[in-house]
Write a protein that binds this ligand. Structure first.
Ligand SMILES: Cc1cc2nc3c(=O)[nH]c(=O)nc-3n(C[C@H](O)[C@H](O)[C@H](O)COP(=O)(O)OP(=O)(O)OC[C@H]3O[C@@H](n4cnc5c(N)ncnc54)[C@H](O)[C@@H]3O)c2cc1C
Length: 500
């Protein structure tokens, strides 16, 4: 039921950006009775959750792994409905299939007992026991930090310390200098398992050699369930847009926010690229917070975000999205083809270079239903290779990336017919153009330091009336986290408007 707000001009919110964080904020605010307008530069919703057209239908060219479904169940419930009335989600019994250059393969399962058994067959009883300990320890980390970190509007050092002190078993993970790679080297004897679980740092744009060991808890987000959205991940963005509209929000695509204006020390107006402007009481900015620090929305918004909250930058990616027929390995929905040595991937990336020996993630979008037959004709694929963030392409970069990607996959016997055209590639410099001030970084500030989690900006800024939502804000990148940040921004606005 909508709440009534007194006064003609109270509760007008402009949400800048229809990424997941912006949409999540818009849904909550609109259904709480506020007057919400979303403005989005692109022609439709989703931001990084975008598709590219193909003969086989729209191909996801952004996120593909949906975890923490409960965040979205909560969001639909807050709007007075339920997720299953809008989207069809399929729980994936196998989380991902992994291949190594030595010919070995390993499936990780939704059932941890099945994963333990698979690891036992893959690398022996000792490795299975190591996994059991890793799984248990990361579950403890997840439980310890869920409330004070992921669910809290802004993480407080004292609350995090309290959570850590209450769980002595996780202390070794929190030791100074304990990177994810180091803790995995202590926990697993088999280098393939170190490589596999180290890869979770890249889910938030980090390197296992630099990110703190606490990021091992990302495994728990995946271990608690991976869902596929029927029709593709982008359906989630369109469902959230529809939900925001059902609450009375207006969504305007193809028009950007140019400048914020202030009156009496408070944001009161958003000037748009079409020459019009929107009066408002509050603004939620869903773009990369670095855009505010760079002054892209004008001088008044500049102090809202410090440089330290947005730099250094997280990883970018080379992303292929194309339709083809695949031959070779038995692909499932999520597939990972590892390079020989992760140092040959993350070493060059840390130097701003293309990896010499990349790991490649292959999403076979049309294989999301484990009970369905393997598609017989052309199907939709997304391939992701980690990259350093950068705004300018190197000469011949696209062609070299094509050769590297498809030669590497051919070593595993994976061939595509027809071969992906160069036009199917989104390189880091293209992401830099799509997401202003991002420098192509896809996950906001880099998580590669022990205190990174405390340095991201929270939902409130120092500029009255200006709030943040999205992967560049707390609690960080990833679809559920961006949705959580939208929830935090909406809660902050509702609190502040009620008490202003
Ligand atoms: C290739 C790729 C794979 C990924 N894989 C996964 C995955 O499997 N699982 C997962 O959970 N996460 C994944 N992620 C991360 C996840 O997609 C993001 O963290 C999340 O979608 C970011 O949402 P956001 O709210 O920050 O908004 P964004 O997606 O960053 O969108 C922000 C929007 O704001 C708009 N905007 C910016 N400035 C303005 C302006 N001035 N005026 C109007 N509009 C503006 C932009 O056009 C954009 O649409 C992946 C990301 C990428 C790119």
């Amino acid at each position: 039921m909508k709440q009534q707000h007194s006064g003609q001009t109270r509760g007008r919110v402009v949400v800048i950006g229809a990424g997941i964080g912006g949409l999540a904020a818009a849904v909550r605010l609109a259904h709480a009775g506020l007057d919400v307008t979303v403005v989005e530069t692109r022609s439709g919703p989703g931001g990084k959750m975008r598709t590219v057209p193909s003969a086989a239908g729209p191909i996801d060219a952004g996120p593909t792994v949906l975890t923490m479904r409960h965040v979205f169940d909560d969001l639909f419930t807050a709007a007075g409905t339920q997720l299953e009335d809008h989207l069809h989600l399929t729980a994936q019994p196998i989380l991902a299939r992994h291949w190594w250059p030595d010919g070995s393969t390993l499936d990780l399962h939704a059932d941890p007992i099945a994963t333990e058994a698979a690891i036992g067959s893959f690398a022996g009883a000792r490795a299975a026991a190591e996994f059991r300990r890793f799984h248990h320890r990361t579950a403890q980390l997840f439980t310890a930090f869920d409330a004070p970190m992921m669910q809290a509007p802004s993480p407080r050092a004292a609350a995090l310390l309290g959570a850590a002190l209450r769980t002595p078993a996780i202390w070794p993970t929190l030791l100074p200098g304990m990177t994810l790679a180091r803790s995995l080297a202590l926990g697993f004897q088999d280098p393939r398992l170190r490589q596999l679980f180290g890869r979770y740092a890249t889910y938030v744009g980090g390197s296992p050699y630099r990110a703190p060991a606490v990021l091992g808890l990302i495994w728990q987000a995946e271990a608690r369930g991976v869902w596929a959205v029927q029709g593709g991940m982008h359906r989630l963005a369109t469902a959230l847009s529809d939900l925001a509209r059902a609450g009375g929000a207006r969504l305007r695509f193809g028009v950007g926010a140019l400048r914020l204006r202030q009156n009496w020390g408070r944001i009161t107006e958003v000037q748009l690229t079409d020459g019009t402007s929107l009066p408002c009481d509050c603004v939620v900015f869903n773009g990369d917070p670095a855009a505010l620090a760079e002054g892209l929305l004008g001088q008044v918004a500049r102090p809202a975000v410090t440089q330290n909250a947005v730099a250094p930058r997280s990883l970018s990616a080379w992303v292929w999205a194309f339709a083809a027929t695949a031959s070779g390995p038995d692909l499932i929905h999520h597939n990972v083809f590892f390079g020989k040595d992760p140092r040959q991937e993350f070493g060059p990336i840390a130097q701003g270079q293309r990896p010499a020996d990349p790991t490649l993630y292959v999403c076979a979008q049309d294989r999301h239903d484990p009970t369905a037959a393997t598609p017989s004709g052309p199907e939709r694929f997304e391939i992701i290779m980690n990259a350093p963030a950068k705004s300018q392409p190197a000469p011949h970069e696209d062609q070299e990336c094509h050769t590297l990607t498809f030669t590497q996959l051919a070593r595993f016997g994976l061939q595509f017919s027809p071969t992906a055209p160069i036009s199917a590639l989104t390189p880091p410099a293209e992401f830099a153009k799509m997401f202003p001030a991002s420098q192509g970084a896809l996950y906001g500030r880099s998580p590669n330091s022990p205190l990174a989690a405390l340095q991201r900006p929270g939902p409130r800024t120092s500029v009255a009336g200006l709030y943040l939502a999205g992967g560049g804000a707390h609690p960080g990148a990833g679809v559920p986290m961006a949705a959580r940040s939208g929830q935090h921004a909406a809660a902050a606005i509702m609190h502040d408007l009620s008490f202003r």
